[in-house]
Ligand binder design. Structure first.
Ligand SMILES: C[S@@+](CC[C@H](N)C(=O)[O-])C[C@H]1O[C@@H](n2cnc3c(N)ncnc32)[C@H](O)[C@@H]1O
Length: 236
């Protein structure tokens, strides 16, 4: 493995991953956890907008927009957002987003139903788009190292309305897995970092309650079968 960037290089690392197709997390179809647990994120059908943190070029944003929600995505990688936006018939406007950072940008689809912020999610706040009653965080927070993860949880709790909900999917694995010498990997690991239920409690309690709603197996980490855990987080 000879990569020009490390995860510490931030946008350069992630842009390079998207440019070179090292995106095993990306799916062409909507993620089953979103379909299976959407009713938990929007139990009374009253949610009007959803924040998708570290959204990449996820098809899940389309699926949410098709349900009638306004989608606000945030991602560091211009490459990922450009790939998502470049579809036949879609038109976007671009403007600076200084509240997210000096170089941050906001892309808005011309029907207004999808807004994509290109910048560091660790600078996101309710100053940008107000508060949200629904947040979707899929394969996202587990890419942040511990101190950044704490900051991210703080931001999510700040942005969430009372009784608001987060559907969050994150990996949990034993670090010993990374000691195996037959690992066939094409990127440094971590990220993603393992997150346990106890970590989740430390991040979100006591302001929120946490329920594990599903465990599913993925092979995107080191091509090994790994547990991904889907949590429902509800702000008190
Ligand atoms: C593993 S990908 C998951 C993308 C998407 N959630 C999905 O399910 O396809 C992680 C994403 O986090 C983004 N990212 C990493 N650090 C970030 C940060 N500090 N702020 C915003 N996005 C970040 C990367 O650019 C990448 O698109």
């Amino acid at each position: 493995m000879d990569l020009p960037y490390t995860p510490d290089d931030g946008a350069l690392y992630w842009d390079h991953a998207y440019q070179t197709g090292r995106t095993r997390w990306h799916r062409e179809q909507v993620h089953a956890i979103l379909v299976n647990h959407y009713d938990k994120l929007n139990p009374d059908g009253k949610v009007r907008k959803v924040l998708v943190t570290m959204c990449g070029m996820s098809e899940d944003m389309n699926w949410l927009a098709d349900r009638g929600l306004q989608v606000v995505g945030v991602d560091l990688s211009l490459q990922a957002l450009t790939s998502f936006m470049s579809r036949d018939g879609w038109k976007w406007t671009e403007c600076p987003a200084p509240k997210l950072g000096p170089d941050a940008k906001l892309f808005t689809r011309d029907d207004g139903k999808i807004k994509l912020y290109c910048g560091d999610v660790l600078n996101f706040s309710s100053d940008l788009e107000g508060n949200f009653s629904a947040i979707y965080d899929c394969s996202s927070i587990h890419n942040l190292a511990k101190s950044s993860r704490e900051r991210m949880a703080h931001i999510l709790k700040e942005v969430l309305t009372p009784h608001g909900r987060i559907l969050l999917d994150a990996v949990e694995y034993d670090l010993k897995m990374l000691e195996l010498d037959d690992l066939n990997i094409d990127a440094p690991v971590p990220p993603p970092y393992s997150i346990t239920l106890e970590d989740m409690r430390n991040l979100f309690e006591p302001e929120c309650s946490i329920d594990l709603v599903e465990t599913h197996i993925e092979t995107i980490l080191c091509k090994r079968e790994t547990n991904f855990k889907c949590y429902l987080i509800v702000k008190e």
